[in-house]
Design a protein around this ligand. Structure first.
Ligand SMILES: C[S@@+](CC[C@H](N)C(=O)[O-])C[C@H]1O[C@@H](n2cnc3c(N)ncnc32)[C@H](O)[C@@H]1O
Length: 350
């Protein structure tokens, strides 16, 4: 059997790199996989170090998917993340990446990095940020972890992806990472203090953490957003729905304080406004508003369907009917709404 066929025939080990180039890492036997993985790697111990305890067990579901209402979901740690991982959703995530990088004038990070060697991207999604970082820092090794194995196989040589649950215990060696990037994870994480404490432990003294998140509220500076704006209502409904899954969708409002509470110093917050739609006069902000509107329009059904049906008990018809008015207000350029976007950076003392 050729290497690709051999890889397909074996079950991948959760927490293992998702390329076929390291067959030892997809051995079905746990201990064998762990030892051969580290011995075959040119980066001894790194892959197995990053595997969380939960994910070191053999798990046939790593590359499996679940389907519900014609949308595809992750299977590993099933039910942990309420949004799809199919092509539609991946395209939307990549559009969101383009929007945020444009908003940030091309910057992939705000932490003042100085020749970083080891970088971790928590909840890497399509891996688009990790891949861009791999190009920008060829001397660094970037690892992206996610519940879904949706990242491409052909990536820069210094970028790797692993299926792992960021909310399970980490066995990354303490003081080993230079930088941890956590973006758009407010809709995912249930226990932020625990996650940030793991991140603190894993960073080297002097290492940086960065949190970037959209705040899912319609804000307005000129009074044009109506009190009954249905997009605002949609966000509030999503807050209630995700509460049923123990997730606080608006947790990002406290990112600065959370990072301080975890022990980081030199904590800085950079706030942005992301227009919803093409109402701004400034061409750059108009373009960003277009991205934001398109990204939300594409998102509405996919992000609503599971939380609203499973969490709030709505029927599919109720979701469809409800979204008609949400779409109308989203497209209404006479309402000058925006969503705040927060960047918070902090340094581990030392
Ligand atoms: C909104 S996407 C953000 C993707 C990426 N950070 C970005 O900014 O492009 C959230 C991602 O987090 C992943 N995720 C959610 N909970 C997770 C967990 N506990 N551990 C690892 N990944 C998780 C999801 O599978 C999804 O790909």
């Amino acid at each position: 059997m050729d290497k690709a066929g051999e890889a397909a025939a074996k079950e991948p080990r959760a927490g293992a790199p998702l390329d076929d180039a390291e067959p030892a890492a997809i051995e079905a036997d746990d201990e064998a996989a762990a030892s051969s993985s580290s011995s075959s790697s040119d980066d001894a111990g790194y892959e197995s170090d990053l595997a969380s305890r939960t994910s070191t067990s053999v798990c046939s579901s790593v590359r499996d998917y679940e389907f519900e209402n014609n949308r595809r979901y992750h299977r590993f740690q099933e039910g942990r993340y309420q949004f799809p991982n199919d092509d539609l959703e991946q395209e939307r995530e990549d559009m969101k990446h383009a929007m945020v990088v444009h908003l940030c004038d091309g910057k992939l990070h705000y932490a003042p990095l100085d020749s970083p060697q080891r970088i971790l991207d928590v909840g890497t999604g399509t891996g688009i940020w990790a891949i861009d970082m791999g190009d920008e820092y060829p001397g660094a090794e970037i690892t992206g972890i996610d519940l879904s194995p949706i990242q491409p196989q052909w990536v820069p040589p210094n970028v790797r992806f692993m299926v792992d649950d960021a909310e399970a215990d980490w066995v990354i060696p303490p003081n080993s990472l230079d930088y941890i990037h956590i973006r758009h994870m407010t809709s995912s994480i249930r226990d932020w203090p625990a996650l940030l404490s793991r991140a603190y432990k894993a960073l080297k003294p002097g290492g940086w953490i960065e949190l970037q998140d959209l705040q899912f509220q319609v804000k307005c500076d000129d009074g044009t957003v109506r009190a009954d704006n249905k997009l605002q209502d949609f966000f509030q409904t999503m807050v209630r729905a995700l509460e049923k899954f123990s997730v606080d969708l608006l947790a990002m409002r406290h990112n600065r304080q959370k990072v301080l509470d975890a022990g980081f110093v030199d904590v800085a917050e950079t706030p942005f406004k992301v227009p919803i739609g093409v109402w701004p006069r400034d061409p750059k902000m108009k373009m960003i508003g277009l991205y934001n509107r398109s990204m939300m329009l594409d998102a509405l059904y996919g992000v609503a369907v599971r939380p609203f049906t499973r969490g709030l008990g709505w029927t599919l018809e109720e979701v469809e009917v409800y979204l008609v008015d949400v779409r109308r207000d989203l497209m209404d350029a006479s309402q000058h709404g925006y969503t705040p976007f927060h960047v918070v950076t902090g340094r581990k003392p030392g």
